[in-house]
Design a protein around this ligand. Structure first.
Ligand code: SAH
Ligand code: SF4
Length: 353
């Protein structure tokens, strides 16, 4: 009986893995390094274009393997020039990624999981539950797909702030960061890559010890345990005292700050007292706070506070010498903003775009 093997997608393999792969194919390991360079630095998708490899190897590669990026199912262009992409993975699973151009630098927001299990009460991705973890290739692939679609070659930031909780898919996220940050690979410096977490404390300690370390952003979103547990059930497992301890111990490169994200929900976590308590919580941490007025949508009751409230909250933090910035999310008109990625509303968003 013939055994049918599916061609192997090489995207997501590290330099070491490609060296081993070449060795297994009877080729010297440096062929693997050439392949690595072709995949991530030259971003070649067709083995025929890898002319630095000999023809026989190219042919055998083409027979047994493929280079496949996540495919663009739909693109939703926002009035603010950001684009939300609905991407389809090899098994048909869908995720979303967002392209946000700016004069100085373009930011690519990518997903680490299809859906999310963390169940934050205000988040649309949370409503989906977890479908599955993404592989390193599927994460690096989102970056490559968006770069290819935009024709962009310039400077980019990558943020793991799309669907999913990156630190609950730890090994693959670290591997994706390694590939993206490698100067011989996609070559986006690690300081331009940010991983955002709802606060998976043991993995924050692990991340602190990684060789290639992205920037860390922690979603604080509340100022007391009671308030935070109501919004983010994960706080029961990793309460504020443990979370802030891990953040306090997270060593930062000179001049770098740890980012705390704080989604402002009208009447829920936006009082003057909240702001004062937030300043106390981050005491002793070289931190900055990004205040994100809530992005609303169907099925969830939360609203953004009025602008005066947002400004007052910022002012209280600043008076206490905590750098605080108001981040108006982009792509809100196409459900592409923070927390709005949910695969839902794709129909309506398309009509509006
Ligand atoms: N799971 C990770 C990263 C993805 S969520 C995390 O929670 O950090 C990225 C950010 O979007 C988080 O700071 C989250 O608090 C915020 N967010 C979620 N839903 C939102 C919404 N509807 N409006 C504004 N921000 C939201
Ligand atoms: Fe998951 Fe982050 Fe949404 Fe919470 S805010 S449900 S951790 S994606």
């Amino acid at each position: 009986m013939a055994i049918e093997t599916r061609p192997r997608n090489l995207l997501g393999m590290t330099r070491r893995e490609l060296e081993d792969f070449s060795r297994a194919a009877g080729e010297p390991p440096y062929r693997g390094r050439q392949l690595y360079h072709g995949l991530y630095a030259r971003r070649v998708k067709d083995f025929a274009a890898l002319t630095d490899l000999d023809r026989k190897f190219r042919q055998s590669l083409a027979e047994r393997s493929i280079i496949r990026y996540p495919a663009i199912e739909r693109a939703f262009a926002s009035g603010d020039r950001s684009v939300r992409y609905l991407l389809s993975l090899e098994d048909g699973e869908k995720v979303e990624a967002v392209f946000m151009p700016d004069e100085a630098r373009t930011t690519l927001c990518i997903s680490s999981q299809a859906g999310c299990a963390v169940d934050c009460k205000f988040c649309f991705t949370g409503l989906m539950g977890l479908k599955r973890n993404l592989t390193a290739g599927e994460m690096a692939g989102q970056v490559l797909t968006l770069l290819e679609a935009s024709g962009l070659r310039g400077r980019v930031n990558v943020v793991f702030m799309g669907m999913g909780e990156p630190l609950l898919n730890y090994a693959e996220v670290v591997k994706a960061v390694e590939i993206l940050a490698d100067p011989e690979g996609v070559a986006i410096p690690a300081r331009r890559i940010t991983v955002s977490t709802a606060g998976i404390v043991p993995r924050i300690y692990d991340l602190a010890r990684e060789r290639v370390r992205p920037r860390l952003a922690v979603s604080l979103n509340a100022s007391t345990d009671e308030e935070r547990t109501a919004l983010m059930p994960i706080n029961r497992k990793y309460p504020l005292s443990e979370l802030t301890k891990a953040c306090r111990e997270y060593r930062l490169p000179a001049r770098e700050r740890l980012t705390f994200e704080y989604v402002l929900l009208a009447g829920v976590n936006d009082s003057d007292d909240d702001a004062r308590r937030v300043a106390e919580l981050v005491e002793g941490i070289r931190a900055k706070i990004n205040l994100i007025p809530y992005n609303s949508g169907p099925d969830l009751p939360y609203r953004a506070p009025p602008l005066e409230r947002v400004l007052a909250f910022q002012q209280i933090l600043r008076e206490r010498r905590v750098p605080a910035f108001i981040r108006i999310s982009r792509g809100r008109d196409v459900m592409g903003a923070c927390g709005q990625l949910s695969l839902a509303g794709n129909q309506e968003a398309e009509v509006r775009s």
